[in-house]
Design a protein around this ligand. Sequence first.
Ligand code: GTP
Ligand code: MG
Length: 126
Amino acid sequence: MIKPDGVARGLVGEIISRFERKGLRLEKMRMLTIDEELARRHYAEHVEKPFFPELLEFITSGPVVAMQWAGESAISVCRTLMGATNPLQADPGTIRADFGLVVTHNLVHGSDGPESAERELGIFFG
Ligand SMILES: Nc1nc2c(ncn2[C@@H]2O[C@H](COP(=O)(O)OP(=O)(O)OP(=O)(O)O)[C@@H](O)[C@H]2O)c(=O)[nH]1
Ligand SMILES: [Mg+2]
């Protein structure tokens, strides 16, 4: 998913391009604005964390682009291209390192395993 900062900064094409050039296949795509109820479902594992209020405020702040990508090891390949959660710790050449500066505004979300992928794709495309 391209988060509100990625959309607002005009980086949708740049980000999609990186996944496409890697060889992954775009199967589904949807632009929407996440509301509080959806944010709480999507980020259920983080609702009790101290940073959740900031994450909630940010993720509902504007439109996002939700996508379903397929291909060899798609989940780990996507996370490699995204880089570490904190852009300051992400390797150069990753999306978060190249375009991000602070942890909240880290441009992209990727499912962290097959179960979360299934759950999250159900939320956005079910
Ligand atoms: N302010 C703040 N935000 C955090 C912190 N840890 C995580 N976040 C935010 O919460 C999101 C979800 O955290 P994680 O699921 O642990 O990180 P991630 O899997 O790399 O990121 P997502 O793909 O967005 O789920 C991150 O993308 C950050 O935007 C933190 O310590 N402080
Ligand atoms: Mg996560």
